[in-house]
Structures are given as C-alpha cells and as structure tokens.
Design a protein around this ligand. Sequence first.
Ligand code: ZN
Length: 451
Amino acid sequence: MSVRDDRSDLGGGFSSDRRSAEPEPQAQAGAQAGRPEGPAADAVLVLKGNYTAIGGEPDTASLPEANPKRGLTGRLKRMLADRARALVSETCGDMPEAAKLASCGVYVRAGINDVTVEKHPDGYAYASGLQTCGSVWACPICSFKIRMKRAAELAEAIAEHRAQGGTQMLLTLTTQHSFGESLDEVWADTQDTWSYITGHSRYRKLKERLGLGFCRTVETMHGLNGWHPHLHVVLFSDTPIDMFDDRELWNEIIVVFHDLWVNRMRSKFGRECRSSVAVDLRPIKTDGVEGAGMYCTKAGYEVAMADGKEGRTSTSRHPFAIAFDAVETGDCRDIALFREWIKGSHDRRMWTWSKGLRQRLGLDVEKTDEELAAEADETVGQICIVSKNLWKAMVRTRVGVRAAFLTALDQGADGLPEALDLLEGHGLEVVVEPRGTSPPRLRLASERGRL
Ligand SMILES: [Zn+2]
C-alpha cells in the first residue's frame, strides 16, 4: 500500500509549517531519496565517452575536487551540467519526447560553418552557432537559459506592477502524492485543479473585485513519496493589500484558494491535503523583486547550472539533481526516473500568464522556450573559431571535453595554450590557423585548411 504524504518538498521553502515538519525516520536516506527499489548493478547500460558500463566504477576521476568550504568550482559546475546533458541525450535520446536533445550543443546550425567561442560580458566563454533543443524540462543547459530569462521577465513585471501601485503575493499550492503514482497522474490532477480554480465563480468574483492577475509556474521534485509537482503563483492585485492592515481581506483570499484547491483535490481525486501546508500565501517584499522571479524557478535553475548539491532536500530531489547523481554514480534507477520525467513533463507548460496581464504590464509578446534557448547571448568579442569537424570530434564522443575547453577559454586568448593541450590530451591533433587581427581558427589536422 502506498504511503501518502502531503508535506512540501520545497527545499528551503519559507513556510514556518514546512520548516517545522519533522522528517520521517527514512528521510535520512540523503541522496538516495526516492530511488525506486531494485538492483542497480544488474542492468547493463553502456555509455559512450568517459562513462563506464553500469556496474563498473563510475568515472569521476577526471572531475576536479570540490572545495568543501567554498562549494564546487565553476569548472566543476559546468562540467557536471555538460555531462548531465550528454548523459540524458545518450540514455534518453531514443525517446520521441527527447528527439532534439541529442543535437543540442553538438551540431552547428544550418548555414553556419564554424563554431565561434565568444566571451560573455560576465567573463565566461561560451560557444555560439550551435543547435539548441529548447527543453526546459530535460536539458540542463537550455533549461538554465530559459529559466533565467523567464525569471528576469517576471521580476520586470513585478517591478512595473509595483510602480503602478499594486500588490504582489506569492501563492504556493501543494498536494498529496504517493510513491508509485505516475508523474503524469499527479501532474494532470494538479493542472486540472488549477484550471478549476481559475474558472470558478468564487475566484472570478475575487478577480473582478481586486483586479487580480497571475503568473503560474510549476516545479516538480521526486522523493520518498514519489513525484511531487507543486505550483508557485505570483498574484498581482491592482487593489493594494497589506497582509496586516487588511487582515480580513488577506484571509479571504487564502480561504478562497484553500477551499477550491483542497475540496477539489479531495472530491475529484481523493487526495487529502493537510491544510497547514497545502496553501501558502505571502507578500512579495519590496526587496524581493528579483527574488520572487527567481524563487519561482529556483530549484530548477540552481540545479540546471549548479552543482547538483542544490535542488535536493533530505527526502527529495529535483529532476536535474537526479541527472547529476546519475553522472556521478551511474545508477540505472536514476536514469529510469529521468526517463519517466521526460515522458511525464513533455508538452507541459512551465509558465502561464493570466489573459491580458503581460500587455497591461508592458511585457513583449511571450517567446517560446525554443526561441529563448536559441537567442544569441551577449558578447564582448570572439576568442577563437572552431571548425565544425573539430567541434563534432570534441563533443560527440569525448564527454566533458567541451566544458573543460570552454573553461580554459574563460581566460580569453590567454587560455588557448591550455585548451590546445587539453585537446591534444584527448587525442585530437589540432592546427591553429592565424587570421590576421581576428582571433585564430582551430581545426583538425586531418581536415583541409582554409589558408
Ligand atoms: Zn538543450
């Protein structure tokens, strides 16, 4: 029989109820949280490049050591993100839902011959001219880009609405979920209940009265009690409301969402929500404009580009934390979980704005995830050019080399000798073609030069 749980899995969430929730005894499983039962070692899964067959020793020898005091280095973060993407594409690339993943960051875009390594204004090197998959759910690299842009846009909306005199609140809705329940099922119920709320007369009356609009996002964790999608909703009220001065009104808003969410979950889906944590409403503080935008996408973006130590609590993990664990341990159960994640998240929207709100707040027409991921990044100049063939040789079978190559070039042209040593160390014979005052072009010795 399943074990039901409606505790929030939001690591670092800021409801006092959540903080005081006592972890269950089995919650000490740490990074093992939520792995399905079953032997990991009997499954045979052969991974290319630096990966080893599952059952053997995981190859983490080439990963730099983390500094326990300062956390993981930028180099290790990029390497893990890069490896996670490669791992996901190799182990999930056969799924129709992940069709574009295998090309992401590997193949150059149509009509482009060389990959350009550029320097970002923030000081790091990145490659441009490559195909992107645009998957906010499955690709750690694209997800990071998309989430950062969406969070910045939400922060802009909050600032504008505040300038217009409105009040912004953060509503979090969680529900009961159980181990063994499919991601698809619990996600569908969550989505259905939100639609029910926004179509209900009680919400609509409140909306008319206060001038309410919203931006709703979804985050999902996986833990001892299975998949746990939860909603973060930024509510924009044109009528200013103070949590303390307008206590009655504040409570009325909570009651409307609570009644609709909890009752519907119970009556239609048989999910018992614990009242103290199912619905949480709090004001977005003046100094939290950036913070609120980021909070809504927090777990995902921290994990997407971070160190895999983020996006997890003692009992649950964000899907990208699962992917990072798979990189470090090669555990087939994590790969199976990530495959389920790709299937269940496919075609779902992470962000939804209420009708007309974006226009009212002066935001541009909303771009798709694919468009955001494909947008050119800012640059302060080129560091070098890499031939299409050299790039392919670098990234297709030598997992992790791309990240190390770019990290060497974070120093700009001064990092070229280190980058070339690295390529040579991986068996790539590279020729450097000078291009006058322009940055040099690197190509394989075996391919024809341009000179
Ligand atoms: Zn991607």
